[in-house]
Design a protein around this ligand. Structure first.
Ligand code: CP
Length: 314
């Protein structure tokens, strides 16, 4: 899958996963995002890097942050944005995704931002795209590469680096595409330790996450951590989990101020959202001084600008 996202000249053709993307591509995207952010924060106008381009949002699952920030990113760089309405489209009459893609490509669409519950759907479309770029906005529990990039940028902003950091990723790791993209990005940028923590039923197999430390001991996972990434309990994906009790889960794995005291005093608290307050994170921690959750959201726009510009700039 990682092979088809880089073209024969070593340039990014699609963005499907951070796995094997490599440090040079990741650093370049983070630097470009930071430069675009600096332009905005200096009060200067953004260059119309996407003028004349058309970006189609193809979201088959709900989204607030990703869909809105892709739309804002594309519009602010001058692109035309189409929010494809799945419910009223011919996909509801049985048209295949490949035929939908070909139809919209024939209307001169340049990029498709795709979210789908099935792992590999963006890669499947990338294999069929004639000219357009495919951007994975989250597929099943496989990957969410722009979330991974915005998380890396947020950590780099606060810590000045990724290398050497101890990062705890806690909660429903097994069903999390965010966790997978974070793991691939953190490993590419030489994080010292990636700890994955949650109840055994919500943890991946060790062979699926080589190099990560897996534990169900939340206190041990938090011990002297530089970064704590809390994950949402994905109720829509864990209906099979027998006897899941929210209060019990919060008592064992909820991030409270007392629990956070085990991490480094300057540790940052992250969450990709949407947040289940009082289930995986206490409201005063989510809104507290160590939380960078809204910085993640703000960085999402600049990361998505950088990715779109990289893929679509002539
Ligand atoms: N983090 C994230 O993907 O949020 P949305 O589901 O709101 O896009």
């Amino acid at each position: 899958m990682s092979a088809i996202q880089i073209d024969e000249h070593g340039r990014l053709r699609h963005l499907l996963t951070l796995e094997n993307l490599g440090r040079a591509h990741i650093d370049a995207l983070l630097d470009r995002a930071a430069a675009l952010r600096a332009t905005v924060r200096a009060g200067s106008a953004l260059p119309p890097l996407l003028a004349g381009r058309t970006v189609v949002n193809l979201f088959f699952e709900p989204s607030t942050r990703t869909r809105t920030s892709f739309e804002l990113a594309a519009r602010r760089l001058g692109a035309l944005v189409v929010n494809f309405d799945i419910g009223s489209s011919s996909t509801s009459k049985g048209e295949s995704l490949e035929d939908t893609l070909a139809t919209l490509e024939a209307m001169d669409s340049d990029a498709f931002v795709v979210r789908h519950k099935e792992n590999g759907t963006p890669a499947r479309l990338a294999a069929h795209a004639r000219r357009a770029a495919i951007l994975n906005a989250g597929d099943g529990n496989h990957a969410h590469p722009t979330q991974g990039l915005l998380d890396l940028l947020t950590i780099r902003d606060r810590k000045g680096r990724i290398d050497g950091l101890k990062v705890a990723i806690c909660g429903d790791v097994k069903h999390s595409r965010v966790a997978r993209s974070d793991i691939h990005g953190l490993a590419a940028l030489d994080a010292a330790e990636i700890r994955l923590c949650g109840p055994a039923a919500l943890l991946p197999a060790q062979e699926d996450v080589p190099g990560c430390r897996i534990t169900s001991d939340f206190d041990a996972a938090l011990d002297a951590a530089d970064v704590v990434i809390m994950l949402r309990i994905q109720k829509e994906r864990i209906e099979h989990l027998p006897g899941f009790d929210e209060a019990e889960y919060f008592a064992r794995y909820g991030l409270t101020r007392a629990r956070l005291a085990r991490a480094r005093p300057d540790a940052v608290v992250m969450h990709p959202g949407p947040i289940n307050r009082g289930i995986e994170i206490a409201p005063d921690v989510a809104d507290g001084t160590q939380s960078v959750i809204l910085d993640q959201v703000a960085n999402g726009i600049f990361v998505r600008m950088a990715v779109l510009a990289e893929l679509l700039q002539r």
